[in-house]
Design a protein around this ligand. Structure first.
Ligand code: ADP
Ligand code: NA
Length: 334
């Protein structure tokens, strides 16, 4: 049996979005405060250079800003282990072993690989292809039992389970846990505000409708006012949102910000026209998000303090990761 432990990470690949907040960070805070788990949260900077190499100063800035976003949202360095991936070298060391456990065919079937490598896979980095093996190592170097993520990461979590199972089977051990994905809440997949069929992503800089965690109150309100909708009033039943992706997305966001289920949210706002609903949603989003962006800006005034917290987190993390890597090497014959 394994210690109940949560691990999750976010790439410091650019500004954080409302999708990252509702699908991931807010739920990281919930799992931290629940008290049922030891929680480890990570800036995955090694992952952030897989799509393209970043300007070094930009990567460093993004990493600190992501740490500020975590802390401003309620992740406490006292209650959780908060780290930057490259400062805990066992992640990359275990990833090498997993590169040799995982099969090319498994990686080639990943939809994120297909989407991000696009039509020119020959020009994609080897790191982008191997991304899910590093992600498996991030999780399994902690023997994490639970991983809160958005819907888009479900397939990578399944691959993590496959890697753990193959390692355990091939070496005849019961060493790595078969980790449970935790994909819950009203906003496991926040969509673009201008096209409800596309994911809101920090990796898509062309989408100006995207709500960023650094946006001020006016910007947040303006983006919600401009969000794409349809001409009908909101339904009072969830079924009524079925073929209305834009309306469904806004209701999901409303429910998640309000810590409600979609059913509960529709009990309140069902029947409203968008002329009524959008200002209410804007007000709610500003009330929840603007204090976080203000606190992020304050924390960013003292980057040395952020660096100090991350250095401390790395020391705590290595108390877990060093013994797990050592035992892995022993199992493998190293
Ligand atoms: P991005 O896809 O924005 O570049 P990451 O790949 O770093 O972000 O993912 C960080 C976390 O945020 C993951 O748990 C992912 O599932 C979650 N996430 C990202 N975008 C969304 C979204 N639009 N809705 C819900 N969760 C999301
Ligand atoms: Na993602």
């Amino acid at each position: 049996t394994f210690t109940p432990r949560v691990f999750s990470g976010i790439q410091p690949s650019g500004g954080l979005t409302l999708g990252n907040y509702l699908g991931a960070i807010k739920r990281f805070v919930d799992m931290q405060d629940q008290g049922d788990f030891q929680t480890v949260y990570c800036m995955v900077d090694l992952h952030a250079i897989t799509a393209k190499l970043l300007d070094p100063a930009t990567l460093r800035h993004n990493t600190r800003e992501l740490a500020a976003g975590f802390i401003a949202s309620g992740i406490s360095p006292e209650k959780s282990i908060l780290i930057n991936q490259s400062q805990v070298p066992e992640h990359a060391q275990l990833a090498w072993i997993f590169n040799c456990v995982a099969r090319m065919g498994w990686m080639g079937r990943m939809t994120q690989w297909k989407d991000k490598s696009g039509k020119n896979a020959e020009a994609a980095s080897l790191g982008l292809f191997a991304y899910p093996a590093l992600m498996a190592a991030d999780i399994l170097i902690y023997h994490a039992t639970h991983v809160p993520v958005g819907e888009d990461q479900k397939q990578h979590l399944e691959l993590t389970r496959d890697i753990a199972a193959k390692f355990n089977h091939d070496y005849g051990v019961d060493f790595f846990p078969i980790t449970e994905p935790v994909i819950e809440g009203a906003a496991t997949r926040v969509m673009s505000l201008r096209d409800g069929s596309k994911k809101m992503s920090k990796s898509d800089p062309s989408d100006a409708s995207r709500i960023n965690m650094t946006d001020d109150a006016d910007t947040i309100a303006k983006k919600i006012r401009k969000a794409k909708t349809d001409p009908d009033a909101l339904p009072s039943e969830v079924d009524g949102l079925k073929d209305r992706p834009d309306a469904r997305n806004l209701v999901n966001i409303y429910a998640a910000l309000n810590e409600q289920t979609v059913e509960q949210a529709l009990a309140d706002v069902g029947g409203q026209q968008f002329g009524t609903f959008k200002p209410a949603l804007a007000e709610l989003a500003v009330a929840k998000l603007a204090p976080i962006s203000t606190e992020m800006a304050r924390l960013m005034n003292d980057p040395a303090e952020i660096d100090r917290l991350l250095a401390k987190g790395a020391l705590q993390a290595r108390e877990i990761t060093e013994p797990v890597l050592k035992k892995t090497y022993e199992i493998v014959g190293m």
